[in-house]
Design a binder for this molecule. Structure first.
Ligand SMILES: Cc1cc2nc3c(=O)[nH]c(=O)nc-3n(C[C@H](O)[C@H](O)[C@H](O)COP(=O)(O)O)c2cc1C
Length: 158
């Protein structure tokens, strides 16, 4: 099964998830919408869309892409994921449900929150300040749930 991963990331957590997904899937291509233009989805059986949440929202590049590619996506096996660090699981679920169009959420075979990471040293001064205010923390943090990523990939291709 040929899979395309279309993703957005600000600090690299989503990219780490994409690298894990690559290991679980056989024939995979990935496009970072923050750096590259998306290719045609022709010939791909499955498409994964993944992005990260800042101030409650996914990157605009990904939501615009999801809406633009909707007709094609409705004919593919679709997986949707976010990386999100909100401390409350229910709030992260709400963020996932708000990150993608309703039609796509209903069509998706799998959708999940696949981790969160903050590399404190890489944040801008403003982001550090906001992160400190929201979380009360100054330290880096990483939680990449490899088992959940594996089961997400399995669901998509089985
Ligand atoms: C300034 C800032 C704002 C954030 N806002 C949210 C938020 O509103 N909700 C949330 O769940 N996570 C939030 N996060 C956590 C990120 O979603 C999380 O660190 C994610 O793994 C980042 O992925 P990326 O490195 O691929 O961009 C925020 C992080 C920072 C630094």
């Amino acid at each position: 099964m040929k899979t395309m991963i279309v993703y957005t990331t600000r600090h690299g957590c989503v990219e780490k998830v994409v690298e894990h997904l690559r290991k679980e899937l056989v024939d995979v291509e990935a496009v970072n919408l923050m750096k590259e233009k998306p290719y045609s989805l022709e010939g791909f059986d499955a498409v994964i869309l993944g992005g990260s949440i800042y101030f409650g929202k996914i990157q605009k590049e990904l939501s615009v892409y999801a809406s633009m590619a909707m007709t094609e996506l409705m004919n593919k096996r679709v997986g949707l994921f976010i990386c999100a660090g909100h401390p409350h699981p229910d709030a992260r679920l709400v963020e996932l449900e708000q990150a993608f169009p309703q039609k796509l959420l209903e069509h998706a075979i799998c959708k999940d929150i696949l981790g969160s990471e903050i590399v404190y040293e890489r944040l801008s001064t403003l982001d550090r300040l906001i992160y400190r205010m929201v979380s009360g923390k100054k330290a880096s943090f990483s939680d990449i749930p490899v088992d959940s990523i594996r089961s997400f990939a399995k669901q998509l291709i089985s």
